[in-house]
Design a protein around this ligand. Sequence first.
Ligand code: PMT
Length: 427
Amino acid sequence: MMLSHIFGWNAKENCLPLEIVYGSGMRVLLIITGSIAAEKIPDLLHKLKSNGHSITCVLTRAGAEFIIPDSLERLTGNKTYTELFTGDDGKEMGHIRLSREADLVVVAPATADIMAKMAAGLADDLASTLLLATDKPVMIAPAMNVRMWENKAVQRNALILKQDGVLFIGPESGDLACGEEGWGRMSEPKQIADRVEKFFKRKDALKGLKVLVTAGPTIESIDPVRYIANRSSGKQGYAIAESLAAAGAEVTLVTGPTSLPKPHVAKIIEIESASEMLDVALKNLPADIAVMAAAVADWGIKNPAKNKMKNMPELKFTENPDILAEISKNKKKAKLVIGFAAETENLLGNAKKKLLAKKCDWILANNVGSKKVFGSNENKILFIERAHSEQWPEMSKIEVAEKLVEKIINTLGRKNEKYKVISKATA
Ligand code: PMT
């Protein structure tokens, strides 16, 4: 099957790389809360301004211990706001206006305190009030001590915020201002500015598209106590689900058991076995795009015991359904079917065979033998389609996800009101 048939492209256009362009001059509302990481804010403001964006700052009382409003006003050229009730700027309606005028709200640094207020829906100062009043996407860059970040209450709040659709940048692991080491360091200004750029570039690019993503391992029961499984952590599939959702797609994630926090996507269905995964995947068609990143067990146990086995069993296996192949040939088939190939040898040859046998459009092949891929934060992908393949450099699984989503956006050529997709030939 040719993609040109699906999308009705002419062959010439089909060969041309597409790129997304977007206008500068987006409006960022930057909320600065009380952390020593606020010292990095001038650098962040410089980078956001160099990218052409207009920034308005809101400073909490604790934030003002680290940076003064005058500096922020000088750097942004805009008024900085600190108080909920100031007697000017439209009085009590001021926070509504501030939160609605922005294209994006960024909280950096975001303390444990502001995260708790956001998760609980508290509004006892200007920052928390406008976070509650905003109808715009919110991105936070947490910054705190490692023990605070690992505290169950903070982790609970982080999960609530992710489920509420708040986008996270970091935190990173490293040296902390308090002298300790670990997770809790605010991402560097460049990482935050880059993330903001990516957000503006991608936002709504896949709006209106339904995507089915599979992730994690499947497990096959031997008896009620034991099972066979594989080493997949779900990291790669979850990153893809998250990136697709961030681009505006309506994502259904079908996942095997993992210990990861659930990504913020429209629907998550947890399954255990390959046959359950197939069942759920088929029930969630039609979808415009399917990305099959799950490590599906090729074989299940023929006759799993009903009770706990007392003696060493002689296991008999049965072949599991091939979910990717089923999705490819299903009548309600997705327009763009993307599989993975986990290989330990002859990566290109074996993956290409899978692409043809399973009749999918793209395969992302990774070598799971020579290097640690399962469970790690990095991956190195050989991207394969019928007539073309390209080696991607080693990068984080999040970057793999973002690169894939970029390819999907360019291929589908979706438009939204702020960004337009253009062919390089016409640029
Ligand atoms: O989860 P992580 O720790 O982050 O690791 C990521 C990963 C290595 C699991 C991921 O990058 C990956 O390669 N996923 C596919 C693993 C796999 O099962 O590969 P495969 O070569 O056995 O299968 C090829 C394709 O067919 C895959 O898209 C797979 O989802 C699909 N498949 C396989 C068997 C089967 N019975 N049904 C299927 O749908």
